[in-house]
Write a protein that binds this ligand. Structure first.
Ligand code: EPU
Length: 432
């Protein structure tokens, strides 16, 4: 297995380029299954989740080839409408194949994703929504077996409660090659969903209301394969903004380029500025000036444009550096706190009650061996290692490799002492 070894106390300086969005890329790859042709997706990050989803696509008959920084997806031969448990359990977004295969083939057999590292993540809205559009949905031996009437889903109206990124995408995938009109209420408006809708439109889908809470779609008989370019990763941008604020040199700006700062949502930016960090935003970059002292700013996650749940673990580390007490409340996932006991091994003073963690800032963290439990939890451990005294070993970084492209290379180019090492997790402890 691999781990990251970080010697704390080396400041972050200079310029970091933001990679392309992981989550948007996955939905764009699912859209590429719909047309009978060759889609070229530019700016697809080199990440484990992209590799996993490429395998999912290949099982259906698609040919997926890496081309420099993008992907070529030839969906001409898609004909085996299945997504197996072995892959779906590794990555929940594989569930997009349900909508994609229903749209493309009129039938699908897709494994239910099962549990998640931080508690329940149901798919009831995906299933009820597709049924409301006229798909027949059955559950057999852990799989969703779905079928549309001849010619695709008949269409209909469905209200998502709560609003869901994944369910919005799944419904749109099925409805775009359906027979009738579909109306999705309380649709997700996350930038990833907007970019996905823009790709569907460019492919010839008849969509109205992109970026609003009500999306209407008129099914068409076929879509065309196109060239499309992905957007930058907003969660990586937020992660690096936090990294710059806590690990930069006070008063010395850190530049984050190739970004779409407006994709972060106004609440994250507002909370970030409240900490006292300088934050100058231009079209494609953010310049963060680390403050002398960080104000304790409490946040509550919410769906877009609220504070992203995917940045709450990183915010907890920022609060560890603050000059007082503040809270992190997760309103999207009430149980996403696996990083807290690991951060406590580095000296974080915090306690969790229900969906809220109270962080007592101001104590110096010190290096230790810790373990990644999921993607965002693992990057929070890396951030903590950067500011801890001594050496931190972050184990099981396959979680991190799912969603942060070239992380240690990017950070070490900016002055952080971080390296990747092999280790044996089950080796007996060494005797003195
Ligand atoms: N929900 C339901 N029923 C459903 C679907 C969702 O109750 O059928 C609830 C969820 O439990 C949650 C809320 O709806 O409380 C929103 O979940 P959503 O469906 O929007 O999440 P998702 O599509 O499964 C995506 C991202 C996640 C990110 C969430 C929230 C992708 C591939 N995943 O998941 O990203 O946390 O939106 O913003 O886009 C990550 O990148 O680390 C990650 C987990």
């Amino acid at each position: 297995m691999e781990k990251l070894v970080i010697k704390g106390g080396h400041p972050l300086r200079g310029t970091l380029a933001i990679s392309a969005s992981k989550n948007a890329a996955l939905s764009l790859m699912a859209a590429a299954v719909l047309p009978q042709g060759v889609t070229h997706l530019a700016r697809i990050p080199k990440l484990r989740d992209i590799t996993t989803f490429s395998h999912v696509l290949r099982i259906t008959g698609a040919a997926v080839t890496r081309k420099d920084t993008g992907l070529q997806i030839d969906a001409t031969r898609v004909g085996f409408p299945e997504a197996p448990y072995e892959l779906v359990k590794k990555m929940r977004a594989s569930f997009y194949m349900l909508g994609a295969l229903l749209g493309r083939c009129g039938r699908a057999r897709v494994s239910l994703p099962g549990g998640c590292a931080w508690g329940p993540r149901p798919v009831n809205l995906h299933l009820e929504g597709l049924a409301a559009l006229g798909a027949q949905i059955d559950l057999e031996e852990g799989y969703v077996v779905a079928q549309t009437p001849r010619g695709g889903v008949s269409g209909g109206s469905y209200r998502l409660e709560p609003s869901s990124v994944g369910a919005t995408i799944n419904l749109l995938l099925a409805a775009s090659l359906g027979r009738g009109g579909t109306r999705i209420e309380n649709a997700a408006i996350e930038p990833d969903v907007v970019v996905f809708c823009e790709m569907l439109s460019a492919m010839g889908a008849r969509l109205a209301g992109i970026g609003t809470r009500t999306i209407e779609i008129e099914g068409v008989q076929e879509l065309k394969a196109i060239n499309f370019s992905n957007c930058p990763d907003r969660i990586e941008l937020g992660t690096f903004m936090i990294a710059a604020a806590i690990a930069g040199v006070p008063g010395q700006p850190v530049r984050l380029t190739h970004a779409h700062p407006d994709h972060l949502g106004e609440q994250f930016i507002a909370a970030f500025k409240e900490t006292g960090a300088g934050c100058a935003i231009a079209d494609n970059e953010v310049i963060v000036t680390p403050p002398e002292s960080i104000n304790p700013v409490s946040i509550e996650t919410a769906i877009y444009p609220g504070f992203p749940t995917d940045l709450q673990a990183q915010w907890t580390v920022l609060l560890a550096c603050a000059n007082g007490k503040a809270t992190v409340t997760d309103q999207v996932y009430g149980d996403r706190f696996n990083h807290i006991p690991e951060l406590a091994r580095l000296g974080l003073r915090a306690n969790v009650v229900g969906n809220q963690v109270t962080v007592y800032g101001g104590s110096q963290l010190s290096g230790a061996r810790v373990m990644s439990t999921d993607l965002r939890a693992s990057v929070s451990l890396v951030l903590a290692g950067m500011i801890a005294q001594g050496t931190t070993h972050v184990g099981r970084i396959y979680h991190l490799d799912r969603g942060y492209e070239h992380l240690e290379k990017k950070l070490s180019q900016c002055g952080i002492d971080i390296r990747r090492e092999q280790y044996d997790e089950f080796a007996a402890p060494q005797q003195n």
